[in-house]
Design a protein around this ligand. Structure first.
Ligand code: SF4
Length: 401
């Protein structure tokens, strides 16, 4: 726990030891976190179900009318309720039956860290003991939640803290939606979460079905009521899945480019060896965009790696003919990589160069840097041996997780 008085760190619970053991549900374990054995519970999990799923459950399992499914949906995602006894618009016998055969699970907050700027980072413990993170970012006009889609990540981006722990498994729909439902209970002044960004741990396009179906459920007006215009999926650009996303969903797309030559991008993002910049840019130009929508190009600025004005000119040329805006993300120094934050003058020069081409460019504020909740820092809680820093590198942020 941090000794920095500026950081209000709330340690809610001692995380369980992820004991070794059989894990029947997830045979995908490779490296990274180890799931623990799970006690058998045959009750049907309702968290994560869509309106249609709940209607089917109401008829086939509960042996009631389909409207019971809609009632359950409103309780689970609208009123964020888990206790069937509170659902008094259903008769006592129906509630008793629900208690016997079903459950509405919540993610357990293993740790909750509050930044001085209001950002909250959550470390959720999943039912098999694995852990993922979400970050809640309050702003004047919106309340954004950054959520994870996988435990770890297999994509191996060299600058990314999450990548250092490897990939363990995909999150299911109850775990994806559960992050939103549970984080909502921490929102100050009963503000509703208005924006979702799939930018936490994992590559969401590698968990495409669960991500798309969860985000469809999140848009239901009887539940979380999020607009597709306020949901953004961020990917490093897996072209076949990108094309499938374009056919199946209307949510916003953000693509991590982070390099303007294949040599440079491949050095920091191995995926570029499979889908190079030219292939990716061509796929983005084909991506179906509703009117008034743009693709967001995410570009992490790494000191002396990709932050030169020559890179900015190349990026502008790559984006010619594409409906795109650019988010510049100055890298956050951290103890797990040797990449460094660019100089302020280089950030400014990069942004001005892009804007000189008429490209809408925003430099993203570093939110939650004091609790390692900023971009590229998620997953640091499980890194036991930070890399030795190069001489002259700036001091790493205080570890609070
Ligand atoms: S940047 Fe994203 S895709 Fe790359 S390793 Fe990290 S989590 Fe995975």
């Amino acid at each position: 726990m941090s000794t920095d008085p500026a950081i209000d760190t709330e340690l809610l619970d001692t995380p369980a030891d992820p004991a070794q053991g059989d894990y029947a549900a997830g045979a995908m374990v490779q490296i990274g976190q180890v799931p623990k054995a799970v006690a058998k519970d045959d009750r049907v999990e309702l968290m994560g179900m869509s309106m249609e799923d709940l209607r089917t459950f109401a008829v086939d399992v509960l042996e009631e009318k389909p409207f019971r499914g809609k009632q359950l949906f409103k309780w689970i995602y609208g009123k964020l309720e888990t206790d069937f006894d509170v659902m008094t618009d259903m008769s006592k016998p129906v509630r008793a039956k629900l208690k016997a055969i079903a459950k509405i699970s919540r993610l357990a907050p293993a740790e909750v860290h509050r930044s001085t700027d209001g950002t909250i980072k959550f470390l959720w413990e999943l039912r098999d003991g694995l852990k993922v993170e979400s970050v809640l970012i309050p702003e004047v006009k919106r309340l954004t939640l950054c959520i994870s889609s996988q435990v770890g990540c297999a994509m191996g981006c060299d600058f990314c803290v999450t990548a250092k722990g490897g990939f363990t498994r995909n999150l299911d729909k109850s775990e994806i939606l559960g992050q939103i439902v549970q984080a909502q209970t921490y929102a100050a002044d009963e503000r509703r979460i208005s924006n979702i960004v799939l930018m936490g741990m994992g590559e969401p396009l590698l968990n495409l079905d669960n991500v798309i179906e969860s985000m469809e459920t999140a848009q239901e007006s009887d539940g979380l009521g999020l607009s597709h215009r306020k949901i953004t999926l961020s990917t490093i650009g897996l072209i076949p899945q990108l094309e499938e996303l374009g056919k199946r969903s209307r949510i916003n797309l953000a693509v991590s480019l982070h390099g303007t030559t294949n040599e440079n991008r491949s050095a920091i993002m191995p995926i570029n060896d499979k889908y190079d910049i030219e292939q990716l840019v061509a796929a983005l130009k084909r991506f179906p965009l509703p009117t008034r929508k743009m693709i967001t190009i995410e570009y992490i600025l790494l000191r002396d790696i990709n932050d030169d004005v020559a890179d900015a000119h190349r990026l502008a040329k790559l984006l010619r003919g594409m409906k795109a805006k650019v988010n510049l993300i100055p890298y956050n120094d951290n103890p797990f990589t040797e990449y460094r934050r660019p100089r302020d003058k280089d950030i400014l020069a990069y942004q001005e160069t892009l804007m000189s081409y008429g490209i809408h460019t925003v430099t993203r504020l570093n939110r939650g840097g004091d609790i390692a909740a900023a971009c590229g820092q998620l997953g640091g809680y499980k890194q036991q041996h930070p890399r030795k820093r190069t001489k002259g590198a700036s001091a790493p942020p205080e570890e609070t997780a």
